[in-house]
Structures are given as structure tokens and as C-alpha cells.
Design a binder for this molecule. Structure first.
Ligand code: WTA
Length: 662
């Protein structure tokens, strides 16, 4: 069979690709006129998209309102997210239409002995209606916070959608985060109800999640905990249910009615909180609104992934991250797509698992992180070769800069040199993608994310706030009108909101904390974070957060955590630790500190390497100069040590680290 080529190579530049004629014809957007048209009047552009893409209970009065550093979209408009993701697909297309039976979610469990579950839009709608009634019955009302701590199982999405049906605000926490970490978030947002499960499969082992959830369930605000039986009672560990507080999901669902009216909310009402790492030890609750967020989720899903009725979309991100929220839940469901979600690890039973799943379900659009591709590249091309990936049409990546070799490997061996590869730049804060090539427009250039999404205004500025010239590195910013999916605040912390995003260049410029440069007039290459935030295997982690966890160990006085480049994980945390007087460094002390970090945060934060040192480089005001340590780890020039309070420490640290100036 001749396979359709969705891309063609640029005539003069070897590694630049363009959409083929077939791709252009199939794509929702096939001409770059959209950028020009949108730029003429971005507000009108987004207003049209919001109207065309979403169903509103009440139209808005004002498209865009700004009171820097705050802004609003679709003011006065009312809508409900679960209605937009479910009800309207059944209603619009009629009950008799196959869409009611269209599969919304294909869930693949980790053990291959278990069967995949397919949930239709009708089926999902019923479950969400029922669960919204469950939540209502246990006291959840509009504006209340619900903590969701679940692995990749359909019930995680059901719980999220059920919250939105009531206008309740969910806060999903990554299931591999520790219970202590979950509790911090629950305390901050004062969640009334938690939804969790007994556990999940990870690399062939049953993980006891309920035990971790119990730590957060002790939070003062928590009244009820709903527990899903992922193992259907066949768990290998004992489960403790606290009387009066813990309730079984299946029991509640059995009794719940399917009759549930979606509650319309004003467009600027918070839809969810998602905690993410910043430059301090305390994670911040990023607030996303309803109408703006869903507009961006809907249209970025449609334009980037070009999902038509027959497509099968698979975004591999966990629901605990923003990518999971937007592209494993709200985006695909709001456009009425079929999507795959997978519970487990990519190496179970072997490194062919993801390709086996893609083959089994005829996945046509595949979206993952560079760190995963680097791992696949290392494991070799024999794994994807075993499977038929000819249904693939578009590939995407997100989460960190992707290097040339990894890009090429993904393009060659997964896309078989046929598929556009879109490198999407965005952040938890932006709610949806913001900088990337569109599949029907291109160009697809390795290591270059591409163009700001139509209707958004990006710039790259130098230290003084002047736009940089082509080729110069600066800081990526956005100008008004701000993307509709952009955060609306930090939960209970307006100061943090202002200081983090609206201080660097004033209250009218959104500061991303990413370095970037212009590849050409339109296309942007993102170089990575410029603050103390690391991307470890695509996971966002702050230096301060890991340092706080380390310093909470009773043997530790102070620590500094900096990222070191890593071939597979992108970056890994390396810790410099000063122990208390009389405590000698030993494998036991090291193991005990690592244990502490895993307990406080979770395994993703485990230091890759620990150096026990007598002191750290400090400024005169006592601030630790992480920059020095960072450079030292990669044998880069160290810069001026004269501003240090303790310049003599530099030579000592060089010896400890084994520094050799490049
Ligand atoms: C980085 C993930 C380069 C960036 C959606 C950003 C990227 C941070 C890309 C946000 C990309 C994300 N190229 N860097 N395509 N995508 N990043 O909040 O540094 O987990 O600021 O959101 O990831 O990470 P977060």
C-alpha cells in the first residue's frame, strides 16, 4: 500500500519540511493568511473562535477587558464545560447519530492481561452526570474545591468533568507525588472533598495510592474522600477506609441518578487550579478560568492536531500535568474526538508497548515529550519496527527543547518521514499551546518551535526591554490582548502573580521565564528556562522545592540544588549539601536524605547526584549563588567571584566537583 506523505522536504534546506498538498487539503487551516487576519483584530478573532467552537448559555457583553495585570475574556458570557465536552455532542448530532456511540476514551490498562475499556460519549456523559450527583450529595457546590489524586484511569476524567458540571473547582495532583506533597496543595486550596483510588499498576507492581491519599485526607478542610476501586477488590495490600469519611465510588455511583443539569458559570469563573513549581519552595496554585481556557483548549486541539471525525488522538501526558488537562481531557473532548489514555509505563512488558498500543487502536495523532523520545531512541528502532504505524498522520512534542537528533529520530522512525512534527511550546500558566507550527502550514524545522498561535502576540526582549534582533537570545514575552487560556491568578496569592509574571517588564507584558530567539521573521526557537526551574524528564521542578525537602532532614544545615544536563531526562537535579557539625557524610546519610526527598515530594525529585560540601557560594547578602554551581557542573566559565562573601569556596568546590574549564 502506498502511504500518504503528509510532508515534503524543503527544496533548498535539507532538514526543513512543509505540509504536502494532501496535508494542506485535509487540514482545518491550510494557509498562513490566518496569521495576518488574526493580527488585524485579535479580539474579534478570538471572539469568533469562542462563538464557533463553544456552546454558550448566555452571550458575553464585552469580549476583552483589561485592568493590568488582570484581564478578562468574554465578560458576562455563561457556559458549562462538561456540557461543552459531552451533552452537546449528543444533542447537536442527534441521539440516532453514530456520534452518541462514538468512542470518547480508549483506556489501556498496564497489565496486558486486562482488557482495554472503550467509553462512548454517551457512556461518559452518563457516568459524569451520576458522579456530579454523587459530589452534590456529599456537599460539593459551585466554587468548592475538590482534590483529585488519581492515576491515568477514566475515573480521573470523570471526576474532573463532574466537578465542572457543578461549577466546582478541581485541583488534580500527580499520582506519583507523595501524600505529603498532595496535602500541601489540599491545605492551600482548602479542598472539601478528595477523589482518589485504591491504587494503580506501575511496572508490574500494585502501587498503594490510598495510603498516600490518607496523609492529605487528614487536612482540616477535608470532609469526604471518594475512593475508586481500580483493582476491583483484588488489591495485594490492605486498604484502610475511615468510617464516615471514606466512601466507595462504586457504591455511590450505583445509587446516583443520571439526571444532572449542568450549572452555567460566568466565563471568568475559575475552572481549575493546578499547582506548579516556581522559584520558591512552595508550589503555586495556577488559576485557569472557564471560557477563555476552553476556547484555547478547543482551538489549539483542532488546529494543532487537526482532529477530524475519524482520527484517534493520543497525548501521553499524565492527567496530573497541564498537558494532561488540556490534551488528554478538555481539548479532545470539547472537539468530540476519540482519544487514548494509558495507565502504565512505556517499558511494560517491553519498549514496544506504546507502538503496540498505537498500532492496536490505529492512532493517527501522537503527542509526547522529548524525554520519552530520547529514551526510545536509546532503546533502538527495532521496537517501533515491530508495529504498523501507518495510520499516524501528525506527531507532536511538548515540555522541553527538543534537540536535532531526537527530532530526526522521531520524524524518521515513528513518523516514517511522512508526518509533520510539531514542537509545541507552552506552560502550565498558558493553559494551551502558544508557539508551534500548524500542520497544514508549516514549516517544520527541527529545534524551532515555530510561530505564535494566530491571535496571540509574542516578542523576545533583551534585559532592558528592547526587542532583540534575529539570532540574539532574549526573553520570551506576550503582549495584550493576552491569550484567552493564560492564567488569571495564583490562588490566594495576588502578590506572587504580579511578581512572577508581570514585574520583569511591567504589568502589561507577560513574562514567561524562558529564553528564546528568532529563527527568522516569524519563527521562534525556545532555549529553555532562565529561572531556577528545572525540567526533569519533562516534569517541572524548582530548585527551592527540592532544597526545602533536603533541608527538612535533621542532619542538614543548608543545600543548593541545580540542574545538570542529562542525555535522556533533559535535566537532572544535583544537590550540594552542608551537613550539621559532627555528621559525617556516608552512604547511610545519603540514602536517608534521598528518602526524605521522595517522602516530601515524590520520586521525580530524587537527586541524581549529591555532593557533601563544607559551604556554598554566597553573595554578601547571604543568597546562595546557584549559577556558580550550575556552571561548575558543565565545566563552563564561572564568572566573577569577587561579589561573593566567600570567594575562597570556589577553588574548594572546583576540586569537589572535578571542574575542568572547557
Ligand atoms: C518548557 C508544559 C522548549 C519551557 C506544557 C516552559 C518547552 C516549561 C517546550 C513549562 C518546547 C515546554 N520547547 N521548551 N516545545 N514546551 N517547554 O509548566 O521552559 O510543565 O516554560 O508546561 O517547559 O513547563 P510546564
Amino acid at each position: 500500500m502506498v502511504q500518504t506523505k503528509w510532508v515534503v522536504r524543503d527544496k533548498s534546506k535539507k532538514s526543513v519540511y512543509w505540509p504536502s498538498q494532501e496535508m494542506k487539503e485535509r487540514a482545518f487551516v491550510g494557509s498562513d493568511k490566518i496569521y495576518k487576519d488574526a493580527a488585524k483584530n485579535p479580539k474579534a478573532f478570538w471572539a469568533n473562535l469562542a462563538k464557533d467552537g463553544l456552546s454558550w448559555d448566555r452571550p458575553w457583553k464585552t469580549v476583552y477587558e483589561s485592568k493590568p495585570p488582570y484581564f478578562k475574556w468574554f465578560v458576562g458570557g455563561q457556559l458549562n464545560v462538561s456540557y461543552n465536552c459531552l451533552d452537546r455532542h449528543l444533542e447537536q448530532r442527534g441521539d440516532q447519530d453514530p456520534i452518541s456511540n462514538k468512542v470518547a476514551i480508549i483506556w489501556e490498562p498496564e497489565p496486558e492481561s486486562e482488557r482495554a475499556r472503550k467509553i462512548t460519549y454517551m457512556g461518559l456523559y452518563r457516568k459524569v452526570c451520576k458522579f456530579s450527583n454523587v459530589l452534590k450529595k456529599i456537599g460539593v457546590r459551585k466554587g468548592d474545591r475538590v482534590g483529585i489524586y488519581m492515576p491515568m484511569i477514566p475515573e480521573a476524567l470523570i471526576a474532573m468533568l463532574a466537578c465542572t458540571r457543578l461549577g466546582a473547582i478541581h485541583s488534580v495532583v500527580f499520582s506519583a507525588f507523595s501524600g505529603i506533597n498532595f496535602k500541601k496543595r489540599v491545605d492551600d486550596c482548602e479542598a472539601k472533598v478528595l477523589v482518589t483510588c485504591d491504587g494503580y499498576w506501575r511496572r508490574g507492581k500494585q502501587i498503594n495510592l490510598k495510603k498516600q491519599a490518607d496523609i492529605a485526607a487528614n487536612a482540616k478542610s477535608v470532609k469526604k474522600v471518594v475512593v475508586v476501586q481500580r483493582f476491583e477488590g483484588k488489591n495485594e495490600f490492605k486498604l484502610k477506609m475511615k468510617k464516615g469519611r471514606d466512601l466507595w465510588y462504586h457504591e455511590l455511583m450505583e445509587k446516583a441518578s443520571e439526571d444532572s443539569k449542568p450549572v452555567p458559570v460566568e466565563s471568568n469563573t475559575p475552572l481549575f487550579l493546578l499547582y506548579t513549581s516556581g522559584t520558591t519552595g512552595k508550589p503555586k496554585g495556577i488559576i485557569h478560568d472557564t471560557g477563555g481556557y476552553l476556547t484555547q483548549a478547543y482551538w489549539t486541539t483542532l488546529f494543532n492536531f487537526d482532529l477530524h471525525e475519524d482520527d484517534v488522538f493520543w497525548c501521553t501526558a499524565d492527567i496530573g500535568w497541564i498537558t494532561g488537562h488540556t490534551y488528554s481531557c478538555y481539548g479532545p473532548l470539547s472537539v468530540g474526538a476519540t482519544m487514548v489514555i494509558y495507565e502504565g509505563s512505556p517499558d511494560v512488558p517491553d519498549w514496544g508497548r506504546l507502538w503496540k498500543i498505537a498500532d492496536k487502536f490505529d492512532v493517527s495523532v501522537f503527542y509526547t515529550a522529548p524525554t520519552a523520545i530520547r529514551m526510545f531512541k536509546k532503546m533502538g528502532k527495532k521496537w517501533p519496527k515491530h508495529f504498523d504505524l501507518s495510520t499516524l498522520r501528525i506527531l507532536g512534542t511538548v515540555g522541553e527543547p527538543i534537540d536535532l537528533e531526537t527530532w530526526n529520530w522521531y520524524f524518521d522512525y515513528i513518523g516514517n518521514k511522512r508526518c509533520p512534527l510539531i514542537d509545541t511550546w507552552w506552560q502550565t500558566e498558558t493553559g494551551g499551546t502558544l508557539v508551534n507550527a500548524l500542520p497544514g502550514i508549516g514549516p517544520f524545522i527541527p529545534t524551532v518551535a515555530g510561530r505564535p498561535f494566530p491571535g496571540t502576540v509574542a516578542d523576545i526582549l533583551d534585559d532592558r526591554g528592547k526587542p532583540v534582533k534575529k539570532g540574539e537570545t532574549g526573553y520570551l514575552v506576550f503582549r495584550p490582548p493576552f491569550p484567552p487560556g493564560l492564567l488569571r491568578g495564583v490562588w490566594k496569592n495576588p502578590k506572587k502573580y504580579k511578581d512572577t509574571y508581570w514585574s520583569e517588564y511591567g504589568i502589561k507584558t507577560y513574562y514567561t521565564s524562558d529564553g528564546a530567539k528568532w529563527y527568522d521573521k516569524h519563527n521562534i526557537r525556545v532555549t529553555g528556562r532562565v529561572d531556577d526551574v528545572m525540567k526533569v524528564a519533562g516534569h517541572r521542578l524548582s530548585s527551592a522545592e527540592v532544597e526545602d525537602a533536603i533541608t527538612s532532614h535533621f542532619h542538614v544545615i543548608v543545600s543548593a540544588v541545580v540542574p545538570k544536563p542529562d542525555e535522556i531526562r533533559g535535566q537532572v537535579p544535583v544537590a550540594f549539601i552542608v551537613l550539621k557539625l559532627g555528621v559525617k557524610p556516608s552512604p547511610e546519610v545519603e540514602a536517608s536524605i534521598v528518602k526524605q526527598v521522595r517522602k516530601e515530594i515524590g520520586p521525580t525529585a530524587t537527586p541524581h547526584q549529591i555532593f557533601f560540601v563544607k559551604d556554598l557560594p554566597k553573595t554578601r547578602s547571604g543568597k546562595i549563588m546557584r549559577r556558580f554551581l550550575r556552571s561548575m557542573l558543565v565545566n563552563k566559565k564561572l564568572g566573577d567571584a569577587s561579589t561573593l562573601q566567600n570567594p575562597e569556596i570556589v577553588d574548594y568546590l572546583k576540586k569537589v566537583v572535578g571542574y575542568k574549564r572547557k
